[in-house]
Design a protein around this ligand. Structure first.
Ligand SMILES: [Zn+2]
Ligand SMILES: [Zn+2]
Length: 380
């Protein structure tokens, strides 16, 4: 396809597009049909077919913007490099860039969506070697709050039998089959978003036996490879005998760089080793008013947490304590005094054990922080 005539410059046989790409000026190109083209060997004729394949692959995806990347068949780039170095052509658009543009124009016409090379919702990889397109989508971040009944764990835990290796006991999942908020959300959000690939971030946690009441505990689900990019504000999932409710749902603009801290109101049921007198209850109220409490975290520096207030009622050895605590202060330890001081046990001067606690309200302190997004529009 390349003819070398003695005493003349090398003549290249190129298709229309490949010859235009080399720039203006008198170049020794002979324009030939695509399949005879020295550089692309007809690859550029496959652009409409590739755009069609890409558009079909994009159909399940919800997106406003897209970008196109290209994989060339073997040797195409090398042949263009060879041609340019022999003819000393510099600075022209590469075949890769040209092809990506042409495919993008066709996809844009078919889908009425715009190209955004910096932060596209979906990326199309047009693989001209394989003759097909692969679509990937940018993760979305869903913020919401959950409520739950007693008997449902927050997170799924590894299967006791195989420890995550997947076995018959866990139906090949690697996780315990008991119900969890995480399991329920993964399934439901997975159906809504078209992807079950998810990473959860929780603002605190509670016991399996704890109820979480409305407005619920906040969480963020990072959904990878989503087909839908906007999820509903609220939904409910039946789990075991009860319902996990989700509300206040919204999409975050991007990956949060900082998650807010939080404080929470809890109702604790506890048992004391001896009868709690009324003075003991008064002492709890007095001592735990905006009180600084030290939590000697194992394998970490001690944390100073605030107990905002405590309201207690005693009946014999049974205590019902309403309290508002900083996030990260473990409720059970706050009661029994293990690694926490002062604690309910310490103030009452008797051993007190937490039987159960519910989460009544979780309040965020501060806001989410996101990485700065510089848009092309703002730069100009
Ligand atoms: Zn060509
Ligand atoms: Zn297993």
């Amino acid at each position: 396809m390349k003819d070398r005539v003695p005493g003349t410059v090398v003549a290249y046989r190129l298709c229309q597009r490949c010859s235009e790409r080399q720039g203006t000026g008198a170049q020794p190109f002979q324009v030939v049909p695509g399949r005879e083209c020295f550089v692309c060997e007809g690859m550029l004729d496959g652009i409409p077919r590739m755009a069609k394949a890409a558009t079909r692959r994009l159909r399940p995806y919800e997106f406003k913007t897209f970008a196109v990347g290209v994989t060339l068949p073997e040797r195409v780039q090398e042949r263009e490099d060879e041609l340019r170095s022999e003819l000393k052509l510099k600075g022209g658009e590469t075949i890769k860039v040209q092809v990506a543009k042409l495919v993008a124009v066709k996809i844009s016409e078919a889908t009425r969506r715009k190209v955004d090379k910096a932060r596209p919702d979906v990326s199309v990889l047009a693989d001209f070697g394989r003759g097909d397109a692969v679509v990937s989508s940018k993760p979305v971040f869903y913020y919401a709050r959950y409520t739950k009944p007693a008997g449902v764990a927050q997170r799924r835990s590894l299967c006791d039998v195989c420890r995550g290796a997947r076995c018959e006991e866990c139906k090949g999942t690697g996780f315990k089959v008991v119900s969890s908020v995480e399991g329920a959300l993964r399934k439901k959000i997975g159906r809504l978003a078209g992807s079950e690939k998810m990473v959860f971030t929780w603002l605190g946690s509670e016991d399996e036996d704890s109820k979480v009441f409305s407005p619920g505990r906040p969480f963020v689900a990072e959904i990878k490879g989503p087909k839908k990019r906007k999820l509903v504000r609220k939904f409910a999932v039946r789990v075991g005998g009860g319902t996990v409710g989700v509300s206040s749902g919204r999409m975050l603009p991007s990956k949060p760089m900082r998650i807010p801290s939080f404080r929470f109101e809890t109702r604790i049921t506890a048992t004391a080793a001896s009868k709690v007198p009324p003075e003991g209850v008064s002492e709890l109220h007095a001592r735990f008013h905006r009180a600084a409490v030290t939590f000697e975290r194992p394998s970490s520096r001690p944390a100073i947490k605030t107990v905002y207030w405590v309201r207690a009622r005693a009946r014999g050895r049974t205590l019902v304590i309403d309290a508002e605590l900083d996030g990260g202060l473990p409720v059970k330890r706050f009661v029994n005094g293990e690694l926490v001081s002062p604690s309910v046990s310490e103030v009452l001067k008797t051993e007190v054990g937490c039987r159960s606690f519910d989460i009544c309200r979780v309040r965020e302190i501060g806001a989410f922080r996101f990485a700065e997004i510089t848009r092309d529009k703002e730069k100009n």
